[in-house]
Design a binder for this molecule. Sequence first.
Ligand SMILES: Nc1ncnc2c1ncn2[C@@H]1O[C@H](COP(=O)(O)OP(=O)(O)O)[C@@H](O)[C@H]1O
Ligand SMILES: [Mg+2]
Length: 492
Amino acid sequence: MSIRFRLLFSLTSVVIVSVTLFMLAAYLLSVAATGDYRSVRSFYTIHYSLHPLSEEEESIFLDLKYLAKHDPAKLTDPALLQDYDFQLKMVQAGLLVRKNDDLLYATPNMKEADFARALPAYEMGNYRIRETMNVGSRFFAYAKFDFYFDAAQTEKGSIFVIRERSPFAEVVRKMLPVLVGLFALIVLLTGIVLYRYVTRKIVLPLEGLRKSAERIKEGDLTEELRATTKDEVGQLIASFEDMRRRLQESIRLQLQYEDNRKGLLSNISHDLRTPITTIKGYAEGIRDGVARTPEKLEQYANAIHTRASDMERMVEELFYYSKLDLNKEPFTFEDTDIAALVRGFVDEHAIDFERAGIEIAWEPLPEQLVIVRADREKLKRVVRNLLGNSIKFMVNEPKRIAVGIRVDEPHGQVTVMIADNGPGIKAEALPLVFDRFYRADDSRTPGTGGSGLGLAIAKQIVEGHGGTIAARSEEGQGTSIYFTLPILQKRR
Ligand SMILES: Nc1ncnc2c1ncn2[C@@H]1O[C@H](COP(=O)(O)OP(=O)(O)O)[C@@H](O)[C@H]1O
Ligand SMILES: [Mg+2]
């Protein structure tokens, strides 16, 4: 059974049950009030017994009653009676005057034979002035007054101000279809309104959810679902959307890992093949006696050694990178003054820079100690990789590397900058330099050789410290690499 049908079914039954209960309650209430199981009908007659006449009719009745009491003789005057009858006709009522057993006067349309018989008996005490009566199939409400025409009290008379009402059965016959129709209409309208409301708020969103689940099943995770309400259905959709987004993200990551793995394999095989081919070539040279002189032999041996060392370094870097990548390389943090660390490293290698003809230009260092939580060896490795790149790619004269350490007070960070005046990095390559194995094309030439892992390792390490790393470069002008670490504290 679909929700739509259930809904329609339950709404209809609720309305029907409530209407039935309502009518039953009304019936029981009237029985309780009157003590009569036919009470609905008696309510109807009692109502007219209490108020048979309208106000105008009542006042005419009182006039006639006054005459009956004080001047009954006048009630035999047809002209006067006609006058009163006329007045009553104006308000759609009639007049009857009875003398003994004869009708002295009757409004024309009440002159039937059974009318005379239906009239109540004399009751000189006038206890029941207001009443109803049935004449054939017609139903009347009236006010009556009994009196004597003569002082000797022999001539009995009655005046009736009388008005026809629809009999109960007819009222019911007329009203019932209208009422039933009305109820049915209310049922229908309520049903339609609620049905539409619930359909819009529940069924349609669920339908959307189902379609989305179907799409996901078929592997399409792109379509976004939006919850329009905050109710249970809205929450369900929001959770579903959250799940979809995570699934999409995890699939994206998985694909990326897969891509990475493929790239890694092809890079490794490519980068290892080159030195291996070279080594093989030199080894063959030695074996085939191409290197005949001791100098040649030494040259070949050195070349083999260099390539083997390159390979060793590359394998080491690869191993190190993959350990960082898999979080298998533990960090040992110590509170460290970042300026002292950078300065110390540069000073240690001062002779190497001098030999390479490179001038190190220091920007003013912070005046106080800037303490960061650092794995010193790893941070030194970052600085070495950055300086190493600057040196490796350096072409312009004078060779100059600027080193700066700046405190970013509001963000509680310190930024280390290493900037060279080398060839720079092409704008399109700039976002890629931190990717593992990425090397801008020209640097893939031997001579500058490298694994393309230097910056990737630097990035892993800096991020392991809760920091960020970025590069800025302009082709032909030089490259600046910035890495930023959170400051632990500052000391004078
Ligand atoms: N200081 C620099 N000047 C110019 N290019 C640079 C510089 N540093 C990095 N690069 C570019 O970024 C690439 C990636 O650097 P890196 O990860 O250290 O790999 P590698 O040094 O092994 O080539 C380099 O191949 C080079 O193209
Ligand atoms: Mg490098």
